[in-house]
Ligand binder design. Structure first.
Ligand code: PMT
Length: 401
């Protein structure tokens, strides 16, 4: 995604400058060309020589250098960039950007930039939460600047809170996702996503269901649509608003979900089955509400539902087929069995008993498993971030298929 991309990295004066060195190295490993612009304060933390060696390019530090690489340095850099990233971005540079102040090379280049701008604020929590900084950030966002939220944790000043510069790899992933969205790397692809739980009626007012909220599947559908895919979201009942720019098909039962999936299957390139599907349905569905009887127990006989994913696996031709495995024990073992049995290209395993994972949580903790037995583990992250990582992996599978 970043191969051949021209990235200007603005580095401002904060203790997190050391992470920016690693960031440049990682961006280059992704194939990006990086040119660094340092403020005077940033040079107090790390010398331009370090960035020159890591980036392989001369570092721009002043408007008034005699040996500038370009004729009008700030304009040339501003025009050269495909993406302009400021990391770490101090409260000072955010304030200058918000006010249009151009009093050094970096602020002047930013003002001239035609490329999209990403800022990664990093500072003491008090400074970050100060209304002045928050107003500046909001103003920049209104003008189309993308803000990567700072991480929360211990800060160099000894306090804990929001304001840490995210880890370099997280910034690389953020830039990759940003570029993926702008370039629409999934444009032209048809993606079928299933979400939420299916419900099997017992009578007109009762059903057998599960705890799936739809958050995981909706995040995937939204992320795919943002990356330009043509998305069909087959969803069980959910309280969530439908993501923009997706075609939605609302279903209730497993049989309805199966039909919608089969109807669309031949025309889609990618299927991601995040829905929690009821494996059984009541054998008899009462026409009227079942009345309370004198007996202490009510027996509901259940029939086995079709396994939608298995059906899709059996009919697979050109599609990339991704399942989820919701497990409460033997996570890897069970997920491994499903990836093979259902003829999947990949399965996303989540231990739904872990805090911060599974049903109705905002975050998830997942492992990607592949038919060759390889596993890639992700740390706890928002379901939106899991969705992006999942789509990155699906795109890799697609290009290698
Ligand atoms: O919706 P959220 O609240 O955000 O919760 C997300 C989630 C926990 C539901 C999601 O992350 C998840 O794990 N979804 C899969 C749930 C599930 O049904 O897992 P399973 O291990 O029982 O099924 C394995 C796979 O087969 C799944 O892709 C499932 O969609 C599919 N399946 C299962 C049974 C069946 N009859 N038909 C199927 O297609």
């Amino acid at each position: 995604m970043l191969k051949g991309k021209k990235i200007v990295l603005g580095v401002t004066g904060g203790i997190a400058v050391y992470k920016a060195v690693d960031l440049v190295s990682r961006l280059r490993k992704q194939g990006a060309e990086v040119r660094v612009v340092m403020t005077e304060h940033a040079q107090e933390f790390v010398t331009p020589l370090t960035f020159k060696e890591i980036s392989g390019n001369k570092v721009a530090v002043s408007m008034w250098e005699s040996n500038q690489e370009f004729n009008v340095e700030h304009i040339a850099l501003a025009n050269w960039a495909d993406v302009f990233v400021v990391a770490p971005a101090t409260a000072n540079i955010l304030a200058k950007m918000a006010c249009g102040i151009a009093d050094d090379l970096l602020s002047t280049t930013l003002l001239a930039a035609q490329a999209p701008i990403i800022v990664c604020p990093a500072m003491n929590t008090g400074m970050y939460e100060n209304p002045a900084t928050q107003e500046n950030i909001a103003r920049l966002q209104q003008r189309g600047v993308t803000v990567m939220p700072p991480a929360v944790g211990m800060l160099a000043c000894g306090t804990a809170g929001a304001g840490r510069l995210p880890e370099p790899q997280q910034i690389v992933d953020f830039i990759k996702n940003f570029v993926a969205k702008r370039e629409g790397d999934m444009r032209g692809l048809k993606v079928l996503v299933t979400a939420a739980g299916t419900r099997e009626p017992i009578d007109p007012v009762r059903f057998v269901g599960n705890r799936s909220s739809g958050k995981m599947g909706y995040a995937i559908a939204q992320a795919a649509a943002e990356r330009g895919a043509d998305v069909l979201l087959v969803t069980g009942p959910s309280a969530l608003p439908l993501p923009p720019n997706v075609q939605a098909c609302k279903v209730e039962t497993t049989a309805e979900m199966l039909k919608s999936c089969l109807d669309a299957y031949d025309s889609v390139d990618i299927v991601i089955k995040a829905a929690a599907v009821a494996d059984y349905r009541p054998h008899d569905v009462a026409d009227q509400k079942i009345k309370k009887k004198t007996d202490d127990a009510l027996t509901v006989v259940m029939d086995k539902n079709p396994d939608i994913l298995k059906e899709l696996g059996m009919r697979k031709k050109h599609q990339i087929l991704v399942g989820f495995a919701a497990e409460t024990q033997n996570l890897l073992e069970n997920a491994r069995e499903k990836v093979v049995k259902k003829n999947l290209d990949m399965i996303v395993a989540n231990d739904v008993t872990a805090a911060g994972a599974g049903f109705n949580a905002e975050t998830n903790i997942v492992k990607f498993l592949f038919p060759d037995g390889s596993v890639s583990s992700l740390e706890q992250m928002p379901k939106t971030a899991v969705a992006e990582k999942l789509l990155d992996t699906v795109m890799q599978l697609k290009s290698s298929k």
